[in-house]
Design a protein around this ligand. Structure first.
Ligand code: 3EB
Length: 326
């Protein structure tokens, strides 16, 4: 497979391979390493074992640092990270815009790569600043940077935007020369069409994106998915019910992708640590042992959401063939 992601227990060892595109770890602070492939995301892990995501290519990778972005590329895929501090006057709108402008410049410099997946980690995501929640102000800056490069709604990457325990803004992304295909969820209004009661600028992401790696292998990047139906939060007070609704959304978005897939791994963002054991157990019941589960302590972009789940699935890239032929 040209690109794989393995969830592995962190054992202190770093890379055993020059084929690693990214080694994503979790802890209390954001950290970039001397090696541009290695990062720590400021989301405290909640499970019993510390897990890392390792994105692995079949080809040797080259790394670099340019224009504030730490990156690794195998000549096809590019994985990058940008970490921005907040200055006293720095609004999340300003640094969100800055991060996306730098990322889009980087993709241009590499010959016009397309964003497949992007992870946004925002400090104090639900706090109000100058009368606007910080997540909402981030959405404005992000949308402005995307619009400046002419990126249309149907080209938006799969994403998540979650609250980190560390200050500032960390953004990681995966890009490729060919574009993926947008997948939306029929149970949910497209986020880029949310009404303005959720913020002056609707969130710029696709519910999922499917990317054809080979004629019979695809990756489905499932965005952060929560207990939202239409555009409204469901079950505000109950994490169990939010979990069940989120699972229905995950299934719906996988169905909408059209091919046959196997869910490989999920990240579960949990707002309150005390609710982690119940949710980890629920994941085991729901997904079994074949799906790697990474539970993380994290705020979610809506105050009434208690959890959010994102996933990566391996597909055959073929839309289901009709059973009847005439
Ligand atoms: C939602 O469905 C939940 O702003 O990039 C999920 C995934 C959410 C990505 C983003 C937000 C984002 O609206 C929140």
């Amino acid at each position: 497979m040209p690109l794989q992601m393995a969830v592995s227990a962190v054992d202190g060892a770093m890379f055993d391979s020059d084929r690693i595109l990214a080694d994503v770890n979790f802890g209390s602070a954001h950290k970039l390493d001397a090696d541009p492939r290695r990062v720590q995301i400021g989301l405290p892990p909640l499970g019993e074992t510390r897990l890392a995501e390792r994105w692995i290519s079949t080809r040797p990778t080259e790394t670099g640092r340019e224009n504030e972005i730490a990156f690794a590329t195998d000549g096809r895929f590019l994985f990058g990270h940008i970490l921005l501090d907040e200055t006293a006057e720095g609004h999340l709108e300003t640094i969100g815009h800055h991060a996306y402008a730098k990322i889009l410049d980087c993709l241009q410099a590499f010959g016009g790569l397309n964003l497949l997946r992007i992870w946004n980690y925002l400090g104090t995501i639900n706090q109000e600043q100058d009368g606007l929640e910080r997540y909402r102000s981030f959405c404005i800056g992000r949308a402005r940077a995307l619009a400046a490069k002419g990126i249309a709604d149907r080209m938006l990457p799969a994403a998540c935007a979650v609250g980190a325990s560390a200050p500032g803004l960390m953004v990681s992304f995966l890009a490729a020369p060919d574009s993926g295909r947008q997948v939306e969820n029929p149970r949910q209004l497209s986020a880029f069409r949310y009404p303005s009661r959720y913020g002056p600028k609707s969130p710029s992401f696709s519910r999922a994106l499917t990317y054809q790696m080979t004629p019979d292998q695809s990756l489905l990047f499932i965005s952060g998915t929560a207990s939202i139906v239409g555009h409204e939060t469901r079950h505000p007070g109950s994490i169990e019910d939010q979990f069940a609704e989120t699972c229905r959304n995950l299934e719906a978005v996988q169905d909408a992708a059209g091919d046959q897939q196997t869910l490989q791994s999920i990240r579960v963002y949990i707002r309150h640590a005390y609710q982690a054991p119940a949710i980890i157990a629920a994941c085991k019941r729901q997904f079994g042992d074949r799906v790697a589960v990474i539970p993380l302590l994290s705020a979610i972009c809506r105050r009434d959401l208690l959890l959010e789940i994102e996933g990566l699935a391996l597909g055959n890239g073929q839309a289901a063939t009709p059973t009847h032929r005439f």
